[in-house]
Write a protein that binds this ligand. Sequence first.
Ligand code: BEZ
Length: 255
Amino acid sequence: MANKQKTDQWAPTLYDQKHSFVWKLAASIVEILAPQPGERILDIGCGTGQLTAQIAESGAMVVGIDHSPAMIEEARRLFPEIEFQLADAHDFAFHQQFDGVFSNAALHWIHNPILVARCVNAALKDQGRLVVEFGGQGNVQILAEAIECASEEFLGKRLPHPWYFPSIAAFATVLEQHGLEVTQAAMIDRPTPLEGDDGLKNWVRMFGQHWLAGIPEEQHELFLARVDAIARPQLFHDSQWSADYRRIRIQARKR
Ligand code: BEZ
């Protein structure tokens, strides 16, 4: 799910070539959803549609939504038989309700969980289920600290990260206040390998527009090299980058 920037920052090719771990590591969350033939499932922040397609393989009728036109265009190209719609997680509505709402690696881009919870509640049938996984409290803490530190050097001020990484208590409270009873919750450390010696730089190129947008283009490589140098002692071991991912995984049911 793209964040609320004016231009579409997403590059589907870089996403699928270098960051396919986003959906590959998430296969088990589709198993938790356990979609059934004939069910209606909504996938929020579907990206290029890889997990939407896995859900569709079960025989469920799935709709994928994403806020990025580039992602929706690529998802439609890859999976023309599946319905994809351009929509914002804060502000979407469907005439027909869903048996399940699913989301992987998307909700950390939201800025107002209350609006999202309201839309999810309205989208679900009574007793419908919510299965979500995204960055939890402390996610990419070392990585973000390195970028923030470099941003201070390049911009003259420290620009904090833009993501929503809640604790279980904080996110569960929002859901419970909006008619969704939390049935399972976990916080999972998931160190995530980044491909190649440029792995960290590619991650920042893909996900760090919040900082890169404020830095003149001709300084981008210098900035990326600085982030790399700051993070390397903690995140690069045995010739391998490992991002300090931490996932919050929540299951809930509409009361
Ligand atoms: C994540 O999947 O945890 C993530 C991705 C992009 C930015 C921040 C976090």
